[in-house]
Ligand binder design. Structure first.
Ligand code: 5GP
Length: 120
């Protein structure tokens, strides 16, 4: 990965329960919670429980069961949050040019209004 994993990053601290979060889903592989600064009516973050910075890091080092567990959790959160109809958007920012602020892999899920057309 571009960035080294930092055990004191904010999502690591949320995982350890050192910082409160509004949790919406948790299992062995993933934790989901509301973004503190929502950019849509619904804005949830889903993170893997392992120490991964990015998608490239995660898919290089995680096992298939762990990857499947995390990806499955993303879809499950969208379903359980009632986003399937009328729809939602997934986003991961990675690295400096990607605008990543927190160096722990995360997927944003946005929903709750027409999100418009976004290429980049
Ligand atoms: P990034 O820019 O790295 O893709 O997104 C980081 C996201 O984490 C931002 O949307 C930001 O609002 C969110 N965030 C930052 N600090 C906290 C926090 O302490 N709690 C929660 N719930 N979200 C946070």
């Amino acid at each position: 990965p571009t960035l080294p994993y930092d055990d004191d990053n904010i999502f690591a601290r949320i995982l350890r329960g050192e910082i409160p979060s509004k949790r919406v889903y948790e299992d062995e592989y993933a934790l989901a919670f509301h973004d503190i600064a929502p950019q849509a009516p619904q804005h949830i973050l889903v993170i893997p429980k392992g120490r991964y910075v990015s998608w490239d890091d995660f898919t290089a080092r995680a096992g298939d069961v762990e990857i499947a567990g995390f990806v499955r959790a993303v879809g499950r959160v969208a379903r359980e949050a009632g986003m399937v109809t009328p729809g939602y958007r997934l986003l991961s920012n990675v690295g400096a040019d990607g605008g990543q602020e927190v160096p722990h892999l995360h997927v944003h899920i946005f929903a709750g209004k027409p999100l418009g057309r976004m290429i980049a």
